[in-house]
Design a protein around this ligand. Sequence first.
Ligand code: HEM
Length: 371
Amino acid sequence: ARAYDFHGEHQQGVTTLSPDALVLASLDMVDGATVDDLRELLADWTYAASRLAQGLEVAEDGAIGASPEAPPPDSGEALGLDAAGLTLTFGVGPTLFDDRFDLAERRPAALVDLPLFAGDLLEPARCGGDLVIQACAADSQVALHAVRNLLRIGFGRAQVRWLQTGFTHAEGSAERTMTPRNLLGFKDGSANLRVDDAAHLGEFVWVGDDADQPWMAGGTYLVARRIRMTVESWDRTRLREQERVIGRTKVEGAPLSGGEERDDVDLDATDDTGQPAMDADAHVRLAHPSVTGTRILRRPFNYVDGVTSVGQLDAGLVFLSFQRDPEQFVTIQRSLRTDLLNEYIRHVGSAVFAILPGVAEGESLGDRLLG
Ligand code: HEM
């Protein structure tokens, strides 16, 4: 199976194609931790990640350990499994720049908490964090093994604040390359930025050399939102209404304004009777670049975490987007204020992180930030 080199200009896991499984963990530095602890933690993670990405155990002595009298350094559940296309992506949250580590002057102006949007129902235990690890793979056991062992390395320095898993269809179960579907049953990603479109990625995703904080050049920003869907009410909604809400057809994912899945949405199109082909508050209309003036790279996963206290599925979208400034997300989310979709969704978790630039061989993730 595929293995991606951990080193490079940018970190993995942003433009890497179609992973099936996500494990996203947010951590806080523990009380009393110092900037040296942070530096060493990022160095330890760099070493471990470069091994894990090759399908190796987290440390050389691995699951056997140096001595049978000591706990082995690797937890062992990925023994016999290959890299499975594992990507590991690390970032830092706004709170890391408060007064604990004397890093205030290194904070990029763009790295601030998101505003409270209309309709937000955020649960504090699913929000924020000093650090983030995103693991994606074609195998959920491989992704979880990586995060579990990275958390273990952090023990005593950083502890997990929240952890969210997610999934999309497995590559092997689709007959051909297909846009993944979300739990509303609609294709999600049809009009997304293409990961091989270097010009647009440079314009909308990667932070350039002109950044206010030079350490961020080659990085990006991650916005993570846990968006619950009330799938029970959606499933009682007529097909025509579902399509009106999204602004696309369900099976093909074609815009209601006509054409095929990959054709751009035509905001001015009319139907046979001269009426607008698309509702003024359809999701893809309000999110369209000609309305918002901006774009983002979306990398969404589905989640289901059991049932709620009122017997509904706790299911929805782990909405992940990458952009060179979180303000791009803010602009689109503000435009979605009157989105027809809002009747069926609730944003319950939220976080923003600066994704560090990629590292060269011999370099550590924290080098440019901590200098
Ligand atoms: C498009 C679903 C939340 C931004 C779409 C499409 C679907 C969809 C089915 C059409 C296919 C595609 O182009 O990918 C959902 C669901 C959401 C959600 C189910 C919540 C549970 C969001 C949020 C944002 C967003 C929070 C950003 C703030 C976009 C954008 C497009 C899009 C930019 C492409 C519009 C275009 O260029 O035509 N979404 N979405 N979506 N969505 Fe969402």
